[in-house]
Design a protein around this ligand. Structure first.
Ligand code: NAP
Length: 332
């Protein structure tokens, strides 16, 4: 890619100098300069202004175009260099493909977007391939849609994970049957962990929730704990799934967010990231909500950052917080 840019660059630099003056004057400028002005200058020289004035105008116009092209090329080279830097963490972590369970969900989708922005290919686990193909996910390059209902046999899930270097679990039961959390959030997560072990994936990152360990940490009467656990005991099921993952022998990361917001990070607040059992959604905590966009980033960076392994992180956000540098996120 860099070679192509370099070739284009040398062609663009050489171009204007070889053009006849009349052409150069009417060359559409690359930068902000309005095209009409160049041609208006040329017409003036044909009508009444002296040849000397016309040549001088043409000369300064050529210099201007040349300078604009030089700046354009420098900006292009800088962008290429920056994009190389942006992709470094994935290369450094030796991660080229990640499987995302629940890829068509709101948080799973945010993780997919962030993976793609880092140059990582995605095996997108979905329940309904046809539905996913018709969605935005189906239009993405470097995304392979794979069938992955987590209540199905381990063969289905092993095939879905395939050659992925890591697994991100972003599933969650969304129906009205209280047993759904047992089947999807608990057994489904266990099924995925078992499948990941068979495929040789290096790491499993699980999207969980604040307060999953609330009962053991003096939060049994916390209204958020009581409310969230009321229907189907989702926090208890997720906590049991967390323990299963931690015991699996795989490298693992558990990401426990506060209340998820569909609004972008810029509207919700900057990341606050803390260690295990430190945030409980209380009024005195530094934040209670977090954008799914931010959660998606943390799920992915858990794979890309070497410090992201074998730990629980709890995340919320606040407009008054300053997002820490990404290489410090997992120093908790
Ligand atoms: N809402 C909150 O404030 C909050 C706070 C903390 C933690 N959480 C947790 O965050 C997670 C994700 O939340 P979200 O808002 O992103 O949810 P979401 O948009 O509803 O996404 C959930 C995903 O789970 C998938 N799923 C459900 N059953 C499945 C099954 N049997 N097999 C495979 N995939 C299945 C869904 O697949 P389909 O696309 O096929 O439906 C969907 O992609 C949930 O586990 C939730 O408990 C939520």
């Amino acid at each position: 890619m860099q070679t192509t840019h370099a070739n284009t660059a040398s062609r663009q630099v050489a171009g204007p100098a070889r053009q006849p003056a009349s052409l150069a004057v009417c060359t559409p400028p690359l930068a902000r300069r309005p095209a009409a002005r160049s041609c208006a200058l040329h017409r003036t020289s044909e009508q009444s202004v002296s040849t000397e004035t016309s040549q001088s105008a043409a000369h300064s116009e050529r210099s201007l175009v040349f300078e604009q092209q030089r700046r354009f090329l420098l900006a292009g080279a800088a962008a290429t260099w920056l994009s190389t830097l942006v992709q470094l963490p994935a290369e450094a972590a030796n991660v080229s493909t990640v499987f995302v369970a629940g890829a068509n969900g709101k948080t799973g989708g945010a993780a997919v977007k962030y993976l793609l922005s880092k140059g990582v290919s995605v095996r997108a686990g979905v329940r309904d391939i046809a539905k996913a193909r018709a969605s935005d996910l189906g239009k993405e390059k470097n995304v392979e849609l794979v069938e992955a209902d987590v209540t199905k046999s381990s063969e289905v899930l092993t095939a879905a994970i395939g050659n992925a270097d890591a697994v991100i679990i972003a599933i969650g039961y969304g129906g009205l049957n209280p047993k759904g959390f047992e089947d999807v959030d608990l057994k489904g997560t266990k099924n995925l962990v078992d499948a990941a072990k068979k495929t040789g994936a290096k790491q499993v990152v699980m999207l969980s929730s604040l307060l999953t360990n609330g009962a053991a940490k003096g939060q049994g009467t916390n209204p958020n704990f009581l409310f969230l656990n009321l229907f189907g005991g989702v926090l208890n099921k997720k906590h049991e799934a967390e323990l299963y993952l931690r015991d699996s022998g795989l490298a693992w990361t558990i990401v426990r967010p506060g209340g998820l917001s569909k609004e972008p990070e810029s509207a919700v607040g900057n990341l606050i990231i803390r260690g295990e059992d430190t945030l409980f959604g209380r009024d005195e905590d530094p934040g209670r909500e977090i954008s799914r966009e931010t959660v998606g980033k943390v799920l992915v960076e858990a794979v890309l950052q070497s410090a992201g392994k074998d730990k629980v992180v709890e995340i919320v956000s606040s407009k008054s917080a300053t997002t820490p540098p990404v290489n410090e996120w997992f120093n908790v």
